[in-house]
Design a protein around this ligand. Structure first.
Ligand code: PAF
Length: 279
C-alpha cells in the first residue's frame, strides 16, 4: 500500500495503476475506521482491481457548533487497517491540500437536502457534495462505495453524479452493526456504557417497525408509533420519519412503494443516525 498526502502524489500513484488498465474503486472516509469501513473496502476489492481510500475530516461539512475539533482521529491505526484490508493507495491530505487559499466554488444540492439531516444541519450536504466531488476529480474512480447508514448522503452523492455527469458508479453497501444491533459509527466511541445501552433504542425502534411492516402493517402513523415507543430512551429525538427512497419526501400512507425509515437522535452529547428500508 502506498500512502500519499498530496494530489500530485496521488496522481503519480494512480498513473501506474491506470497504465495497466485497472478498474479503480474508491472509499472516501473521515478516518477512525471501523468494520463498516472495512465492509466498504471489501466491496471495493470485490468489484475493482485497485482500491483507493481517502481519510479526510472535511471541515466544510461541520456546522459551527458541531464536533469537528473532537471528531475521533487515529491515523496510524487507520493506516494499519487499510494495509491489512488490502487497500492499494491511502490518500490522506490536509485541509490546505483540499481547500487551498482562494477556494470559493461549492456544490449545492437542493431538494434532497430539505428533509432529514439536511433540515437539522444547514450546509452539511453542501460540504459533503463539494468534498466528494473534489475527491472524485482527484481520484477519478470507476466506482465509489458509501454506507447505507448515511442514506441521505448516498442519495445526494448519487444525484450529484448524475447532475454533474461524473462518470463514476455509486454503490451503497449495507450498514454493518454490532452484534446487539447498534449501527457501527466512528462516533460510538463517545458513548459511555449507560449511553451505549440506551443508544440501542434506535436500532430496536427500526427493527420493531420493520417487523410490523413484514407482518403486513402499511399505515405510516402505526409504524411511527411502534418506533417512537422504543425511542423514549434517547435524550433528544431529532427525527423519526418514513420517506420515499428516491425523493426522501414523506412517504404516503398506506405504503405502496419502497420507503426508508430514518432516525436521528442524541444520546448524551452524541448524535446518532440509522435507517431501515421497508420494501
Ligand atoms: O461519510 C463520510 O465519512 C463523509 O461524509 C465523506 C463521504 C467521507 C465526505 O467527507
Amino acid at each position: 500500500m502506498e500512502t500519499v498526502t498530496t494530489v500530485a502524489g496521488l496522481r503519480m500513484a494512480l498513473a501506474k495503476t491506470r497504465k495497466s488498465g485497472k478498474r479503480v474503486g474508491f472509499v472516501p472516509t473521515m478516518g477512525y475506521l471501523h468494520k463498516g469501513h472495512v465492509a466498504l473496502i471489501e466491496a471495493s476489492r470485490a468489484q475493482s482491481d485497485a482500491t483507493v481510500v481517502s481519510i479526510f475530516v472535511n471541515p466544510t461539512q461541520f456546522g459551527p457548533n458541531e464536533d469537528l475539533n473532537t471528531y475521533p482521529r487515529d491515523f496510524l491505526r487507520d493506516e494499519r487497517q487499510c494495509r491489512d484490508a488490502g487497500v492499494s493507495i491511502l490518500f490522506a491530505p490536509d485541509a490546505r491540500e483540499v481547500y487551498p487559499g482562494g477556494f470559493e466554488t461549492l456544490v449545492e444540492p437542493s431538494e434532497l437536502t430539505k428533509s432529514l439531516c439536511g433540515a437539522f444541519r444547514p450546509g452539511h450536504f453542501r460540504g459533503v457534495a463539494t468534498v466528494v466531488c473534489k475527491l472524485f476529480n482527484m481520484v477519478q474512480p470507476d466506482v465509489a462505495f458509501f454506507g447505507q447508514k448515511d442514506f441521505q448522503q448516498c442519495a445526494v452523492v448519487r444525484r450529484m453524479a448524475i447532475d454533474l455527469d461524473l462518470s463514476v458508479e455509486i454503490v451503497t453497501v449495507q450498514t454493518v452493526r454490532e452484534p446487539d444491533g447498534l449501527a457501527m459509527s466512528s462516533r460510538n466511541r463517545f458513548l459511555n456504557e449507560e449511553q451505549r445501552q440506551r443508544a440501542l433504542a434506535i436500532s430496536r425502534a427500526l427493527f420493531a417497525a420493520e417487523a410490523e411492516f413484514k407482518a403486513g402493517e402499511r399505515e405510516v402513523d402505526a409504524l411511527l408509533e411502534i418506533a417512537k415507543r422504543q425511542l423514549e430512551r434517547v435524550d433528544l429525538l431529532q427525527y423519526a420519519e418514513l420517506v420515499e427512497v428516491d425523493t426522501l419526501k414523506p412517504a404516503e400512507s398506506p405504503l405502496r412503494r419502497p420507503a426508508v425509515f430514518c432516525v436521528a437522535a442524541y444520546v448524551g452529547g452524541t448524535r446518532l443516525i440509522d435507517n431501515v428500508i421497508l420494501n
